[in-house]
Every structure is written in structure tokens, then in C-alpha cells.
Design a protein around this ligand. Structure first.
Ligand code: TXA
Ligand code: MG
Length: 320
């Protein structure tokens, strides 16, 4: 069932809390993307999320909290992580932190790691978690490896049998949160996302270090193939081949556009925020044309462009 939270908010809150306390999985709107949420402390409910998504059990979930007090019940903060939390939460930032000793989070949620990923989302879902009183484990609400959901309809297409989808319209940011790992070595980027490294540094004065090149995969969302539509994806396209669906950015004209079977634009004005917000819905529309290849214009890699290019590269990566 889909409930519109802009017109039926109090009823939706009660229903959502009731389902969560019974161990059900529900879809929640966040400013980044839609999530598939369950009580982070309920191992059976969390296991159900993995089954529904077809997600490998070694890929841990983000625990969404209502406030820093709730976050501190499951994670240890140091001076840097507290600074980031106070400056940037609620918002599109996830921090990977040491799990608090004694926190009884089930290994289903953390994939047995000694760290836990935490985010405080903005808006309706922050309110819901506050009312529920416990953290919600929530991955993005898409089948594992496929294109992320940024609307209630996207969620319903992937999961038609969900008990509840809370609809708060299209996700404002449109791309997943930025994930950083914060420890005594500083703040390291694990996944570029909806908050640019430039803005994180500007607001907090902390440097965001690039991902450690030699490390094993720390955020499994960084695995090569991800966010994949049915069509093949051809990023950085400077021309269009016959029969392709084309996704443009800005106003530059591209040779061969008349040969495309359909064309879209992430942002006519060349604005990266607008492009991020349109990214996944456009990728789904381009895929629905039935084209076997989606070509994508070059996109600058500064600011949110880093995350947008990351997603197109993974969408283009060879699949198993
Ligand atoms: O914006 C978002 O982050 C959305 C919304 C719903 O909050 N959530 C999201 O979740 O994108 P998901 O599961 O699709 O991606 C979470 C990423 C995964 O790549 C996972 O491996 C990583 O976070 N992660 C979770 N716990 C971790 C940990 N302890 N260490 C490193 N990476 C972790
Ligand atoms: Mg995801």
C-alpha cells in the first residue's frame, strides 16, 4: 500500500511504527533516495530486507537515527565525527564509525563488522524514527545491483508486495548519501554521494581523504557493477550511435543526436544538483525506451559530479 505522507502524515506514522514493531519491512522516503527499512535491532526483519533485495549478506546496512543521542547508543564518536555530525546532520552524509562496545546490534545489520554506518536523514523519516524510538536499518529500495529508487512508484515497481510505501514525492537530492569512514587517521571517502567533499571540507574545515587504494572493499556499494539498467551504458559519449537512447547534460550539441531513439537531459542549465536529482529517474526512462545502449554526455567531475560519474561508471561496468 502507498500512503501519501503530505496528506496523511499522522495516520502514516502510526501505521509505520506498528508495522516496524511487528518486524515488517516498509519503504521510507529520504532526501537522498527511498529506503527499505526495518528495526535495526530485529535480526529476522533485517534478514527479510536482504531476501527481498537479493542482497549478499556480507554487505552491511546503514542505521538511520533520529538524532545524535540515538546515534551515540550504537557508535563511538571522536572529535572529528562529532564535528561532522553537528555540522551536517540531518543530511546526505553517512559516517562509518566504531560500533559502541555493548551495543546489541545483530550481526545481520552490521555484517559482523566492528564498525557501523550511521546517518540522520532529513524530514519525514527523521520524524518517524524519533517516534519509533529505535534506529532503522535501511538500504536503498531497489533490487540489489539495479537502479536506485527515487520515487514511491519506483519502489512499487521493484517491490509490489510491500505492506507500506510512504510517499513523500521525488527524493530531493536524488543520489545516495556520501559515505565517509572517520577514525583516528581522519575522514576518508568510501562512497561519493549527495554531499560533495568540497562542501564537507568547507563547512567543517576537515580534509576528506580519497579512498585508500590498497584496502579491500570497505563499502560494498563500491563493487564494480551496480546501479545497472537493462541496457548497456556508455558514459562520456561525444557522439550518438544509431538506436541509442541519449542522456545529455547542459546545452552542448552532440553529433548524431538525430539517430537516437530518444533523448533526455539531466540539466539543461548544466547544474550538477539538478542532474543528481534527475539521475535515476532519467536512467529508468532511458531504459524503458528498450534501447540496447544508453549513451551519456560527459559530466564534470567536481562537486556532485564525482558521485554522478561514479554511478554511471558502475552502471557501465561489466556484469556477472
Ligand atoms: O542515501 C543513502 O545512503 C540511502 C538511504 C536509504 O539512506 N541508503 C543507501 O544504502 O544507499 P545502501 O545499502 O544502498 O548503501 C549503503 C552502503 C553499502 O555500500 C554498504 O556496504 C556500506 O554502505 N556500509 C554499510 N555499513 C558499512 C560499514 N560498517 N563499513 C563500510 N561500509 C558500510
Ligand atoms: Mg544501494
Amino acid at each position: 500500500m502507498i500512503i501519501d505522507v503530505t496528506t496523511d502524515a499522522p495516520h502514516a506514522l502510526d501505521l509505520a511504527c506498528d508495522l516496524l514493531s511487528k518486524g515488517k519491512v516498509i519503504a521510507v522516503p529520504t532526501e537522498t533516495v527511498y529506503g527499505l527499512a526495518a528495526d535495526a535491532f530485529n535480526p529476522l526483519a533485517v534478514r527479510r530486507i536482504f531476501q527481498m533485495k537479493g542482497r549478499p549478506a556480507h554487505n552491511p546496512l546503514i542505521c538511520h537515527c533520529a538524532d545524535i543521542g540515538m546515534a551515540r547508543t550504537i557508535a563511538e564518536f571522536n572529535a572529528d565525527s562529532m564535528r561532522l555530525a553537528e555540522a551536517l546532520w540531518p543530511g546526505p552524509l553517512t559516517m562509518v564509525l566504531p560500533k559502541r562496545s555493548g551495543a546489541t546490534l545483530p550481526s545481520e545489520t552490521t555484517a559482523g563488522l566492528a564498525t557501523v554506518a550511521i546517518r540522520i536523514p532529513t524530514g519525514y523519516t527523521q520524524k518517524l524514527i524519533g517516534r519509533y524510538g529505535r534506529p532503522l536499518a535501511a538500504p536503498s529500495a531497489n533490487l540489489s545491483g539495479r537502479v536506485t529508487a527515487t520515487s514511491a512508484t519506483h519502489v512499487a515497481n521493484d517491490f509490489p508486495d510491500l505492506d507500506l510505501i510512504l510517499n513523500d514525492g521525488p527524493s530531493r537530492v536524488g543520489i545516495e548519501s556520501t559515505i565517509v569512514k572517520v577514525d583516528r587517521d581522519g575522514c576518508r571517502l568510501l562512497r561519493p554521494g549527495g554531499l560533495s567533499c568540497e562542501v564537507i571540507s568547507e563547512i567543517t574545515g576537515l580534509a576528506v581523504l580519497p579512498p585508500a587504494p590498497t584496502s579491500t572493499v570497505l563499502a560494498p556499494g563500491m563493487l564494480a557493477s551496480h546501479y545497472a539498467p537493462s541496457a548497456l551504458v556508455r558514459p562520456n559519449a561525444t557522439s550518438v550511435e544509431p538506436g541509442e537512447a541519449y542522456i545529455g547534460f547542459g546545452q552542448a550539441s552532440v553529433p548524431g543526436l538525430e539517430r537516437a531513439i530518444a533523448s533526455f537531459n539531466l540539466s539543461i542549465d548544466g547544474r550538477l544538483e539538478e542532474a543528481a536529482a534527475n539521475l535515476y529517474a532519467t536512467l529508468k526512462l532511458a531504459d524503458n525506451t528498450g534501447a540496447s545502449v544508453i549513451s551519456v554526455a560527459p559530466i564534470p567531475s567536481s562537486g556532485l559530479g564525482l558521485a554522478i560519474n561514479d554511478r554511471f561508471c558502475r552502471a557501465a561496468a561489466p556484469r556477472k
